[in-house]
Design a protein around this ligand. Structure first.
Ligand SMILES: Nc1ncnc2c1ncn2[C@@H]1O[C@H](COP(=O)(O)OP(=O)(O)OP(=O)(O)O)[C@@H](O)[C@H]1O
Length: 676
């Protein structure tokens, strides 16, 4: 490997900069200097006079942090809570911390947040940053969202399935709460607390949103606080990881202090760049600033994600390697340089016709919207720089925004939630209609899980499934444990599956050593029971060992302590839901593996494959040939039938989280009326 300085330099073309630099000191002064502050009075007036406002403003103009505070301070929302939705949990939690600091209060008081499996709110909370999924969940228990007087839908351009679900439902909720004929005015026929809706983004097709909300008023916030100088490569870069490496060291050797944020598509690229940067950084002359690398991706446990916000030590340059999880809404203190590879991973439903029948992540070029959001992460605290690893022509020819998730992802969970609200996917007025095939597939999945009956009506079991804060198939597994008397074991395993990362560390070149270290957890049936054994062993260790003893035990056994800690929290939530449904989560049949696996078959009936005469596995529902993932303890085995937690699509389709089950289990869960 050559030294970073010897690698070919990348040549950049400069783009005109905009905006002006302003000094910042105290938080209040910063607030006053935000571009949005100039329009505060007008903004409050417009929100007060209109039921729906579409608000566009450049990244960093102050929308997300200031608009909720303006609404609060105006007294407009005195009858309820102000909710601000975010597509990503890290944005919700970090924004709550920032706005609480601006208000001079602790998080969880006046300003709080609510994300899946984590909440900091109290009876005093008036501004609540909430993940879009959590607000959808609240709809199920409060279909008119009556606790809220203003709902701000932020980063609406991302068009996540849950945001689209909210946008559709908010329209009808507002009609009910404000009175059906009340398009512009204030309170009309209804006795309910009226609702105001604010839709926000920096990069939005404002006209489309406006039309959807009966030609709602569109407002623009002009300007950004700090300039961001954008550079494009002079020629296109085929190896974006290598180009990012070279650009990072160009910045590190040539540019003044300031942290660097690099956008990459996924975990694999992040891990590879992490290694290369560390390797090269060690070779730098001692007098140069040192480098600290922080990875950031969705499956990293929240405590590890939080490292990106911690202050950079003196004489050090922090380099954050992130997926698009850090693309919108968040301000990472210290970031002055952004490197944008121009790539992202996009969730897409692979249809059964093409051998799929599942959601998978595919690498693709980003959109203009994403490029602008990424550049916007620099220049939050002072002027910034964005290095795009693609040409200006490539930027010009990018699509404006991504295809909405509703057109490309599995609709199973949304359909179940709509059914609980007495609605049908076909009948709801969405901004963009879902595909017929995706609707059909979701109906079929829910029917196979017994959440819907033959007439597509919600069953009592389906309603119970929707109460759990997990995917329908996992909820089905938990509910099946009622019949089999093994709720305790099943909830433990489901908690581990629902955690943000795998409990087992998988290092491809150490698989033999890892298998050896974990031998005592191994269960012949496969990964589910093995996970349970590992969790139970960890709990034993946790009661006898101190912190460093636990850490050492986890290191020796190649297991991820953070996953166990997170799983135990999730377990509390799942047990609470069981309690609310009158289900006893204490039932146990630790000696009966068969009972536990039967529960998993009830939920994973579609996620199963049978061994073929040629030694491959073929999906029982769907056409794809699947391989057992090399990280699974069953990877070397040939068993007649498998169930799995997920399929991952790389060079081949791999099943992950695999257990072996007798074929006879499948006929038991599939009533004779159900045929694939
Ligand atoms: N956690 C933080 N630490 C330091 N400064 C912050 C923080 N959060 C916000 N700010 C400051 O407030 C400014 C406005 O942030 P805000 O999130 O409200 O902007 P926005 O218009 O919503 O941008 P975006 O569309 O990118 O989310 C930032 O540019 C930054 O200067």
């Amino acid at each position: 490997m050559t030294s970073p300085r010897k690698k070919a330099r990348i040549h950049w073309g400069e783009e005109g900069s905009s905006g002006k630099q302003k000094g910042v000191s105290a938080l209040q002064k910063q607030r006053e200097q935000l571009p949005i502050a100039k329009g505060k009075e007008a903004l409050i007036r417009e929100i007060s006079d209109n039921n729906v406002i579409i608000l566009l403003g450049e990244t960093g103009s102050g929308k997300t942090t200031q608009v909720p505070q303006y609404i609060l301070e105006s007294g407009m929302a005195d009858t309820g809570i102000i909710a601000v939705t975010q597509p990503r949990r890290v944005a919700a939690t970090s924004l709550a911390a920032r706005v609480a600091a601006e208000q001079g209060v602790a998080v969880g008081g006046l300003v709080g947040y609510s994300v899946r499996f984590d909440e900091a709110c109290s009876a005093n909370t008036r501004i609540k940053y909430v993940s879009d999924g959590m607000l959808v969940r609240e709809l199920l228990s409060d279909p008119l969202l009556s606790r809220y007087s203003v709902i701000v839908v932020d980063e609406a351009h991302e068009r996540t399935l849950r945001t689209d679900f909210l946008i559709a439902n908010l329209k009808t909720i507002q009609e009910k709460r404000n009175g059906a004929n009340d398009v512009k005015g204030k309170r009309a026929a209804s006795n309910l607390n009226p609702l105001k809706i604010v839709i926000m983004s920096a990069t939005l097709d404002a006209e489309k949103f406006s039309r959807f909300y009966n030609h709602a008023r569109v407002l623009y916030v002009k300007g950004r606080q700090h300039s961001v100088q954008i550079y494009h490569t002079a020629v296109s870069q085929t190896d974006y990881v290598d180009a990012a490496l070279r650009t990072f060291f160009q910045i590190h050797t040539d540019k003044p202090p300031g942290d660097v944020l690099i956008f990459l598509p996924g975990q694999e690229d992040i891990e590879s760049l992490d290694k290369s940067i560390k390797l090269y950084a060690r070779r730098l002359p001692e007098e140069r600033m040192s480098v600290v690398v922080c990875p950031m991706y969705a499956s990293l446990p929240p405590t590890q994600q939080a490292r990106i916000f911690s202050p950079t030590p003196p004489n050090t340059r922090k380099c954050i390697l992130s997926t698009n999880i850090a693309e919108t809404s968040i301000t990472i203190p210290g970031i002055r340089y952004v490197i944008d590879t121009g790539k992202c991973k996009e969730k897409r439903y692979l249809s059964k016709d093409t051998g799929g029948g599942f959601d998978t992540l595919l690498t693709r070029d980003i959109t203009k919207s994403s490029a602008m959001q990424r550049a916007g992460r620099a220049g939050r605290e002072g002027p910034g720089f964005c290095f795009r690893l693609y040409t200006e022509d490539a930027f010009t020819s990018m699509a404006l925004s991504a295809e909405p998730e509703i057109r490309r992802c599995s609709l199973t969970q949304s359909l179940l939630q709509l059914k609980c609200l007495g609605q049908d996917l076909e009948a709801v007025e969405f901004m963009d209609r879902p595909n017929v095939e995706a609707i059909y597939s979701a109906l079929k999945t829910l029917w196979l899980l017994s959440a819907l009956d033959n007439a597509k009506n919600l069953t009592p079991l389906g309603r119970q499934m929707a109460s759990f804060p997990v995917e329908p198939y996992l909820a089905r597994i938990i509910l099946a444990s009622r019949e089999h008397g093994c709720a305790s074991e099943v909830i433990d395993i489901v908690s581990l599956i629902s955690s943000s990362s795998n409990p087992f560390v998988d290092i491809s070149d150490q698989r033999d050593a890892i298998a050896d270290a974990r031998r005592k957890f191994r269960h012949p049936s496969g990964d589910h029971m093995t996970m349970l054994n590992a969790l139970r062993s960890y709990q034993d260790v946790a009661t006898t060992e101190n912190k460093s003893g636990r850490k050492e035990w986890c290191r020796q056994h190649f297991v991820n302590e953070r996953t166990f800690v997170e799983a135990l929290k999730i377990r509390d939530q799942l047990r609470l839901t069981c309690g609310r449904l009158g289900m006893d989560w204490r039932t146990t049949r630790a000696d009966n593996d068969e009972a536990i696996l039967r529960c998993f078959v009830a939920g994973l009936v579609q996620q199963s494959a049978f061994l073929q005469p040629d030694g491959s596995y073929k999906q029982t529902i769907g056409q794809a040939a699947v391989k057992i993932h090399p990280g699974s303890i069953l990877c070397e085995k040939k068993v007649p039938a498998i169930i799995y937690d997920e399929l991952v699509y790389t060079s081949q389709i791999y099943a992950r989280g695999v257990s072996s089950v007798p074929k006879s289990f499948f006929t038991a869960v599939t009533p004779s009326s159900k045929q694939s």
